[in-house]
Design a protein around this ligand. Sequence first.
Ligand code: FPP
Length: 241
Amino acid sequence: MAKNNTPGAAAVPQHIGIIMDGNGRWAKKRGLPRSAGHTAGAANFRTITKYASSIGVKYLTLYAFSTENWNRPQEEVSALMRLFKQYLEEALRDFMDENIRVRFLGDVAAFSPELQALIHRVEEASAVKTGMVLNLAMNYGSRAEITRAMRTLASRVQKGDLQPEEITEEMISASLYTAGQPDPDLIIRPSGEERISNFLLWQSAYTEFVYMDVLWPDFKPKHLDEAIEKFCGRNRRFGGV
Ligand code: FPP
């Protein structure tokens, strides 16, 4: 269990999470509005998703919009919503050909009815796909996710279906948006920030973190390779020796 990886194809982590950070700074450096950074970031979302699928990643979880991102200026939120719509429409065509299954983590009921309908269409249409699972964390916050899981279990206790002492870690995992999926092996945060920002808190108990000093729109396939190489050099002990 302790031994990590030997470099090479077999070493590709099965589940990678990425906090797509740095779009605003990318735009600012160029004297552009923040929304231009998100546009560049969205284009990169597509490139990196396809690349991850091509190298054999089984699950890719991308943090696209947090529960806190609603606090950004209205104009920026609207620009992001437009991008989600545009890229999800593209994903319907594009990722379908690549055998990618798209799932959403988060409370999508907060989005416009139009975006919600698109989200459901993408999820339904790609449900038959057998390749990489792409999890898009949208209106996602890990604390909100854990709270929701606690409510689910608490209501079972209230109904008498479950005793408090019967609650296990597996039941909690199974009540999260990521139910049935393996925990992330590697989480990458570009942009130079070194924090987790309410992303996969429960699931990342034994995840390896790689922080990179590159802004998300500039994050290329070679950066993903570099992060994987760093991951390969780690000795995962999962609390053992
Ligand atoms: C964080 O950068 C980025 C976001 C809040 C948005 C990420 C969204 C995308 C890349 C679009 C993806 C599209 C789809 C369809 C999933 P920031 O704005 O916080 O950057 P800063 O820290 O430099 O200001």
